[in-house]
Design a protein around this ligand. Structure first.
Ligand code: KIV
Ligand code: NA
Length: 266
C-alpha cells in the first residue's frame, strides 16, 4: 500500500484524476475513511464545532489540534494527513506559523499543514515549505475570519472579487503550496482558479470543476440532523446510532441483554 504524498496530488491533476478529501478527528473514523480509499484526511479546526461542542472554530487550540492529529495520524496507513493551524496560532508572523506547524508534525504526526488566507500569508507558506513542511492553502470563505467577512457567506462574487481570488491562489502556489482549498465561491470563479493553477484546487461549496473535493465527514455521513446546502449526505449515521442506543436501552431495561451468550460460565 503506497502512501499518498504531496507530489501524487499534482500528478493526479496532470492526469485529470480527482483528489478526494474528508475531515477526520479520531482514530476509528480515520481508519474507516482511510480503508475506503480517501486520498487526504484533514484534521480540520472544524473539530471545534463538530466534535468539541463549540459553535465556531475560534476557540480551538494548538493543543486540541495536536491531540486529534495524533489520533488520526496513528490510525492511517495510506492517506495524506493534513492538520489545520487554528485561529491565533500563525497569523502574526511566518515564524509563529512555523513554530505551530512544527508542533503539529513532531507531536501530532501530521504530514502537512493547512491555514487560511491568500496573499497575506504567502510569506508564511514560503518559510514553511522551504523548511520541509508541505502547506495546503485555503481561500474563499475562511471560517476563522467569519467576524470580518460578515458571517458565513459566499465569497468572490463578481469579476473583481473573482480576480482577487485567483491572485490569492496564485500567490499561494508561487510561495510553494501543494494544493489550495476553495470554500464557498461561485462555481465559475472556482473553475477559473482551477484552470490557472498547476497545483490542484480542492473545493467545498465551490462547484463541480475543482480538481478535488473535501467535506466535513460528519456532514457527509449525516451524523447531525443539519448539513450545509453544499454537502451531500451519503448516510444517516446519526439516525443509525440513535436507533442502536434505543435498542440497547430497551434490551437492558427488559433484561434481554446481557444473556448467557454474553456471559462467562464458571
Ligand atoms: O476545518 C475544516 O473542516 C476545513 C475544511 C472545510 C476545508 O478547513
Ligand atoms: Na479548517
Amino acid at each position: 500500500l503506497r502512501r499518498v504524498r504531496v507530489h501524487h496530488l499534482r500528478q493526479a491533476k496532470e492526469r485529470g484524476e480527482r483528489v478526494t478529501m474528508l475531515t477526520a478527528y479520531d482514530a476509528p473514523t480515520a481508519r474507516i475513511l482511510d480503508d475506503a480509499g480517501t486520498d487526504v484526511l484533514l484534521v480540520g479546526d472544524s473539530v471545534g464545532d463538530n466534535v468539541l461542542g463549540h459553535t465556531t472554530t475560534i476557540p480551538v487550540t494548538v493543543d486540541d489540534m495536536v491531540h486529534h492529529t495524533r489520533a488520526v495520524a496513528g490510525a492511517v496507513r495510506r492517506a495524506l494527513v493534513v492538520a489545520d493551524l487554528p485561529f491565533g496560532s500563525y497569523e502574526a508572523s511566518p515564524e509563529q506559523a512555523h513554530a505551530t506547524a512544527v508542533r503539529l508534525m513532531k507531536e501530532g504526526g501530521a504530514h502537512a499543514v493547512k491555514f487560511e488566507g491568500g496573499r497575506r500569508v504567502a510569506e508564511h507558506v514560503r518559510l514553511l515549505t522551504s523548511s520541509g513542511i508541505p502547506v495546503m492553502g485555503h481561500v474563499g470563505f475562511t471560517p476563522q475570519s467569519e467576524n470580518v467577512l460578515g458571517g458565513k457567506r459566499v465569497q468572490a462574487r463578481g469579476d473583481d472579487a473573482a480576480q482577487r481570488l485567483t491572485e490569492d491562489a496564485v500567490a499561494l502556489q508561487d510561495a510553494g503550496a501543494f494544493a489550495v482549498v476553495l470554500e464557498m465561491v461561485p462555481a465559475p470563479a472556482a473553475a477559473r482558479v482551477t484552470e490557472v493553477l498547476a497545483v490542484p484546487t480542492i473545493g467545498i461549496g465551490a462547484g463541480p470543476d475543482c480538481d478535488g473535493q473535501v467535506l466535513v465527514w460528519t456532514d457527509m455521513a449525516g451524523l447531525t440532523d443539519w448539513s450545509p446546502r453544499f454537502a451531500k449526505r451519503y448516510a444517516e449515521i446519526g439516525a443509525t446510532l440513535g436507533a442502536a442506543a434505543r435498542a440497547y436501552n430497551e434490551d437492558v431495561r427488559s433484561r434481554t441483554f446481557p444473556s448467557d451468550a454474553h456471559s462467562f460460565a464458571e
